[in-house]
Design a protein around this ligand. Structure first.
Ligand code: ASP
Length: 423
């Protein structure tokens, strides 16, 4: 009998995790299930996998980007790639919010809702920082601290400096260069090893989430929930697939097949940040994108490009405005497009932060922050879905830019998983 590939195994665990969660949900208060299954087994499998994969994010991003930047002969090329990728990241995010706002006005998620039917939760909100502080915050004053904190933008800046320095010094630092290259290979090997545990990790994460998830809270908010899901689907299948076909000339089906296991990791961890190692390896090995492009664009995208998050923020703004009976003006919509783009840039790629950053958008147009409490109860599942869109956006923009720079090499089409070899 043919052994299942790793990608298929990850998918099977995803389905098994959902089934387990749905079966156990009504029993979640049972002491045995709560203590031994949810808090011990699922928690250990899921969080253990997530911790293991997060363990390699910082060293992998640093080594891979330093190696990538050192390999660029012309520093101007790095600047050109930076400008192009930023244009695509910002452009697609603006399209994503506009889509969510348009759809929100079509389906009116907040009309006819009785506030007392919704269970509100406690919230903390994110605030906007002056633009100059955002820029300054990208320059590390202590790279060791940036790495300890996992501050991705600072690590990116430091790695680019190191890479450019290595390239300028040439043979004088050939031992350092070789050392970082080898460390990068080691990190990629660790991704491969940890991904062998993905079927267990995904099962644990999904089973835990679905066992504890409350579905009752979803009912009064069903229109909002479906609105976000529909906007995510449209953005995925129209914006991204359109860009793939029209600009990157890439077959969308082939894209989905090759990117599937990365999407499952994003879905089950709800964290763009934790998906960086898998996404990076997938872009390099399944799509043949060069290190110098992918090791720059993927960590950057996972930190600043969050189209799925922007979609949720757009739909949530329409929903909250309608619940509180506030008519949004054209000026408000433009402000939302602008601030939600900034808010999604400021959203860290970890679970749930998109909702906190929604505070920035609501404050900007004078909507009550209490609105966030209303949707918090059902945000968990949406977070999983939007993280898939977030990470897919990074991959699509990366492919486009890599194609425009002729930085894609041929890879075998049969290569579909992070590692297809049967395990
Ligand atoms: N969980 C999302 C991510 O990591 C961010 C968010 O929208 O909360 O991409």
């Amino acid at each position: 009998m043919k052994k299942l590939s790793l990608t298929s195994k990850i998918f099977v665990s995803l389905i098994l995790g959902i089934i387990t969660g749905l079966i156990l949900h009504p029993l979640k208060e049972n002491l045995f299930i709560e203590t031994y299954l949810i808090n011990f087994l699922f928690n250990f499998l899921g969080s253990g996998f997530m911790r293991a994969i997060r363990m390699i994010v910082v060293p992998l991003v640093f080594c891979s980007l330093t190696v990538g930047a050192a390999g660029v002969e012309d520093v101007r090329k790095l600047g050109r790639v930076g400008v192009k990728i930023l244009a695509f990241y910002l452009g697609t995010t603006a399209v994503a919010i506009s889509l969510a706002l348009g759809l929100g006005n079509l389906i009116n998620p907040g009309k006819g809702i009785v506030l007392s039917q919704i269970v509100a939760s406690k919230v903390t909100v994110g605030e906007s920082k002056p633009f100059v502080d955002i820029l300054l915050g990208m320059i590390p004053i202590n790279p060791a601290e940036s790495m300890a904190k996992g501050d991705m933008l600072q690590i990116i800046v430091f790695a680019i400096f190191c890479g450019v320095g290595i390239s300028l010094l040439g043979d004088k630092v050939k031992i350092i260069k070789k050392g970082i290259e080898e460390a990068n290979n080691l990190m990629l090997k660790l991704v491969e090893l940890i991904m062998k545990l993905a079927p267990f990790g995904v099962y644990g994460l999904i089973a835990k989430t679905f066992t504890t998830l409350g579905y009752a809270a979803m009912l009064p908010l069903l229109k909002y929930f479906l609105g976000v899901v529909l906007a995510l689907i449209l953005h995925y299948f129209i914006t991204y697939q359109g860009l793939l076909v029209l600009i990157a000339r890439y077959n969308p089906i082939k894209f989905i097949k090759k990117f599937a296991s990365t999407m499952v990791v994003a879905f089950s961890t709800s964290s763009s940040n934790a998906t960086i190692p898998t996404a990076l390896k997938t872009m390099q090995e399944n799509f043949g994108v060069s290190k110098s492009i992918s090791s720059f664009t993927i960590p950057l995208g996972s930190t600043i490009n969050m189209d799925g998050t922007a979609i949720m923020q757009g739909m949530a703004t329409v929903f909250i405005a309608q619940i509180y009976g506030v008519e949004l003006t054209m000026g408000n919509y433009i402000t939302v497009i602008f601030t939600a783009t900034l808010a999604s840039i400021g959203t860290a790629g970890v679970p749930g932060v998109g909702l906190i950053m929604l505070g920035m958008v609501l404050t900007e147009i004078g909507l009550p922050l209490d609105g966030i409490a209303l949707i918090m109860g059902i945000d968990r599942l949406l977070d999983m879905l939007r993280t898939v869109v977030n990470i897919t956006g990074d991959a699509v923009c990366t492919l486009i830019v890599a194609k425009s720079e002729s930085e894609i090499s041929e890879v075998e089409d049969s290569y579909e998983g992070v590692e297809t070899e049967s395990v």
